[in-house]
Design a protein around this ligand. Structure first.
Ligand code: BEZ
Length: 223
């Protein structure tokens, strides 16, 4: 299992787009690796179709996406036709790779297996809906695990990428329900004097403790 801030494993895997070596495939991009429980299932079909629609947005953010399930490349190729039909996707080529992991080597390495979700034919556990975000230095910056019965919200995943990219560039943190363009908080590690030299429009919220940690500034705009 990989922890936040650790270098993500440089695995080799087969996909319907050929064999990839993860770090080489990522190059200088950010990456999202997301797993799903099974090919030919309804919620997974909606998710993979939504990711196809979001590819221009991911490109704008400099993010490559790759999916994974414990099915074969042959199964992925057949299922892709369903995803394209459901998502009304035009064009021949499916725009991102889906990793095959029938042996569950990667799903085990990455802690994706869901003991509550078992293949009805083999009795083997399937992968949960995991999301890993990896930065251009190949470090894991976020991981979330959802159960099979709850489809993911990819607007939230885009929001997370926007927050990660902003907070990597500036010493700020994004508050609850933040959206791109909203005000942000100055990172608690920044001293008041350093904050004053960097920002001239700090709103400090007065609190009963008398502490001045709620320092709000407009989002830096060139992010
Ligand atoms: C689905 O993708 O619809 C699904 C997969 C496994 C269990 C439940 C739902």
């Amino acid at each position: 299992m990989v922890l936040l801030g650790e270098v993500f494993p440089d695995f080799t895997a087969d996909t319907q787009m050929g064999t990839i070596r993860f770090h080489e495939w990522l190059g200088d991009s950010w990456g999202i690796l997301f797993s799903h429980p099974n090919d030919f299932t309804p919620v997974c079909t909606t998710e993979l179709a939504r990711v196809v629609k979001l590819i221009p947005e991911f490109k704008r953010l400099g993010v490559k996406v790759i999916a994974l399930s414990c099915n074969s490349v042959d199964s992925h190729r057949k299922w892709i036709e369903d995803i394209k039909s459901y998502g009304e996707v035009t064009g021949e080529e499916f725009p991102y790779p889906i990793i095959e992991d029938q042996a569950r080597k990667l799903a085990t390495l990455l802690g994706m297996l869901d003991p509550a979700e078992v293949d009805s034919q083999t009795g083997l556990p399937m992968s949960a809906r995991a999301v890993f975000i990896i930065d251009p230095a190949k470090k894991m910056r976020l991981s979330i695990l959802y159960p099979a019965t709850t489809g993911r919200n990819f607007d939230e995943i885009i929001r997370i990428i926007e927050s990660l990219q902003l907070t990597q560039k500036y010493k700020v943190a994004t508050p609850v329900d933040w959206k791109k363009g909203d005000d942000v908080m100055i990172d608690p590690s920044v001293s008041d004097s350093e904050a004053k030299s960097s920002y001239n429009n700090i709103k400090t919220v007065m609190l009963p403790s008398g502490k001045t940690y709620m320092r709000i500034v407009p989002q830096p705009l060139d992010a």
